[in-house]
Write a protein that binds this ligand. Structure first.
Ligand SMILES: O=C(O)CC1=CCC(=O)O1
Length: 92
């Protein structure tokens, strides 16, 4: 099951720089592990924003929720999810 996920990050302005750097590094390692597993096949930066659009490919809504909830930046993100169905014109 594929999902288009929009993540908009808003770190508190008073978060110490070292803490922010640690969370970002942990987030990167977590997402890259999921990318290698095939569950997070695409991640794109929204130009000019601290936001991304990602494609996640997981087995269930529950698995998607588990992955998103475990993002280190989860407390600081607005997340929206669009479930994707196959388009009838897709030739793949
Ligand atoms: O920088 C972002 O867009 C937030 C993020 C989610 C996964 C990741 O590696 O960074």
């Amino acid at each position: 099951m594929k999902y288009l996920v929009h993540m908009d990050v808003n770190l508190p302005v008073d978060m110490p720089a070292r803490e922010a750097a640690e969370i970002k590094a942990t987030e990167k390692a977590y997402s890259q592990q999921l990318q290698r597993s095939g569950k997070w096949p695409e991640i794109w930066r929204v130009a000019g924003k601290y936001a991304n659009y990602s494609i996640l490919d997981v087995d269930s809504h529950d698995e998607l929720h588990e992955i998103l909830q475990n993002l280190p930046l989860f407390p600081y993100m607005q997340i929206s999810v669009v479930p994707l169905a196959k388009h009838p014109s897709d030739i793949k």
